[in-house]
Write a new protein. Structure first.
Length: 564
């Protein structure tokens, strides 16, 4: 038999196997009790994963808008483009019948609560875990008792003491950033995004590692031979996380690869050594200092070293799933999540919020009215602002954060998986979800659900987050939405332990900036301010997910910062 015939036979067998899998999956979906859509693709095929974004761009270029919206369903970030339209047409929970593993897409609050509550049945999606644990197992990627142990050890240490440090460092960084914007000719700034990223990473550096750094717009190493710090290496990898996690480092470092890919490869190669050096330095400083240092890294190191001591004493069960300490691999993994995910989510959240305030000046005035009342004469560059006094009163700034996260959630879906068939009873109805199945909680769909958020669910309106008749400058005026309708920090037992930290940092930075400044978009030459605002609306909507949701055209993000 010729080589050509062998190849054709293999290709034919592959197609037949996929067709059979599609048929089997269709039969399973038909028995579920849920609506389903046929999607004859294997979404976990490596070629589809790599090529889906170029394919999406091609579809956008070639097809009319209405056709593109339907043709792009299932391609990466489709849920952000779609908002909640597919669920309104088909149903709040839909099964995608694929040629690989079926997918359940859920935008039903009640079903969401059931899925997130059953953490032992609905476990982390293997592919997502592989991407997020490429430096080590961590609180985000682990399941079962391993997750419970890490959660039990890590979460209590992200407490109010940490929040006060976040407030203090965020205040200092935001004041430096304000002075930086004030020095710009006519207030013109094309580096607002890099400035927000610098603030976010500097706050993490101070709170996480006791490494203070003055504000300066962020500039990452752009060549593989450039020196890089641990934080810079993490930041580089998060820019192309799927590439970093799924492809071997040696392949990324080959000479013919593009410079950006080789730089990611260099960052991956450097990270183990950088992590080890950082941890050893932390242990050296701790050994030479009487008092324990109070930062996230020192906390993780103490947990690990306690486990080592228990091992030396012969204590059984100290580590692993049921012990009371973290392994070295878990320290590396959790530092990556704390740094990469924490930095990226906060930086992009601040960027989207500033963009929305530039587009909607009436909401700028709305938060500034509150800032003036809370800060008073201390709003300047040197005034003393106390965390316990000020933060609880900045309700409108926190409402701005919640509304930004509702429309632009950093993580646009929450992924889970089931290996075996699961039965869900939701609002008096019973559904059978045949396993194996990938499960996706559609955060964007939930956040745009008109049943939960009203007929203006697609509209930016921060005031929806305040209790009726909210008192300006009083404590506790922000509402808690119905469970399952708002998932900016996930939900259920696995809710993000860094939620309070992110709230404190966002509120501090926004209130400090807008205490002294106002902002407006800079349009292209010949475009009036009203037209520039319309352009910015399109700019923020043209976004896609990397590690978190980010704009596709950051080079067009140009603002004018002016004194109020």
């Amino acid at each position: 038999m010729s080589l050509a015939r062998i190849v054709l036979a293999l290709v034919g067998a592959w197609f037949l196997s996929k067709a059979w899998r599609l048929y089997v999956n269709y039969q399973a979906a038909a028995k579920s009790g849920l609506p389903y859509l046929i999607w004859p693709i294997d979404p976990e095929n490596i070629f589809f994963i790599v090529l889906q974004m170029p394919m999406k761009s091609l579809l956008r270029l070639l097809l009319p808008t209405s056709w593109y919206e339907r043709a792009s369903i299932g391609i990466m970030c489709w849920e952000f483009d779609d908002k909640n339209r597919l669920h309104e047409r088909v149903g709040p929970a839909i099964i995608f019948v694929t040629a690989g593993v079926n997918q359940l897409w859920c935008a039903d609050p009640a079903m969401t609560n059931v899925i997130l509550a059953r953490r032992k049945d609905f476990v982390q999606l293997p592919l997502a875990s592989k991407v997020m644990r490429f430096l080590g197992e961590n609180i985000l990627t682990s399941d079962g008792e391993t997750w419970a142990r890490q959660r039990r050890l890590v979460a209590p240490n992200l407490n109010e003491r940490i929040s006060e440090k976040v407030w203090a460092e965020s205040l200092a960084q935001a004041r430096q950033m304000t002075a930086f914007f004030l020095q710009k000719p006519a207030g013109l700034a094309d580096d607002t995004i890099s400035s927000m990223r610098a603030v976010a990473i500097n706050v993490l550096g101070r709170v996480g590692y006791d490494q203070p750094k003055p504000f300066h717009p962020m500039e990452l190493p752009s060549t593989p031979d450039a020196p890089m710090t641990y934080v810079e290496a993490i930041s580089i990898c998060t820019e192309l996380l799927v590439v970093a996690a799924l492809l071997p480092g040696w392949l990324l470092r080959l000479p013919f690869m593009p410079t950006v890919i080789r730089t990611v490869g260099a960052a991956m190669a450097n990270l183990p050594g950088l992590t080890e050096a950082m941890l050893e330095e932390e242990r050296r400083v701790a050994a030479e200092t009487d008092a324990a240092r109070d930062n996230v890294m020192s906390m993780l190191v103490r947990l690990s070293d306690q486990g080592r001591a228990d091992d030396r004493l012969g204590k059984k069960g100290a580590g692993g799933a049921t012990g009371q300490f973290l392994t070295e691999e878990e320290i590396a993994g959790n530092l990556f999540i704390f740094t990469g995910a924490g930095f990226d989510t906060t930086a992009n959240m601040l960027t989207y919020a500033v963009a929305l305030l530039a587009v909607y000046p009436e909401w700028q005035a709305w938060i500034q009215e509150e800032i003036d009342v809370v800060f008073g004469a201390a709003a300047g560059a040197e005034g003393t602002l106390d965390y316990t006094t000020c933060f609880p009163k900045l309700n409108r700034c926190l409402a701005l954060m919640c509304e930004t996260l509702r429309l632009f959630p950093p993580v646009i879906h929450i992924s889970r998986s089931i290996a075996h068939t699961q039965t869900l009873t939701v609002s008096g109805h019973t559904y059978t979800i045949p396993g194996p199945c990938s499960v996706f909680i559609n955060s964007v769909g939930l956040h745009h659900d008109r049943n939960s958020w009203g007929p203006d669910a697609d509209t930016f309106r921060p005031s929806r987050w305040l209790v009726p008749g909210a008192v300006l400058g009083a404590d506790g005026q922000v509402i808690t939405p119905q469970r399952g309708t708002f998932l900016a920090w996930s939900g259920g037992p696995r809710v993000c332990p860094g939620q309070k930290m992110s709230q404190v940092e966002f509120v501090t930075v926004v209130s400090t900036l807008f205490a002294r400044l106002r902002v407006e978009p800079v349009g292209k030459k010949g475009r009036a301010l009203r037209e520039a605002r319309d352009d910015f609306k399109e700019l923020v909507q043209d976004s896609t997910t990397r590690l978190t949701l980010q704009m596709n055209r950051p080079e067009e993000f140009k603002l004018r910062w002016l004194v109020r």
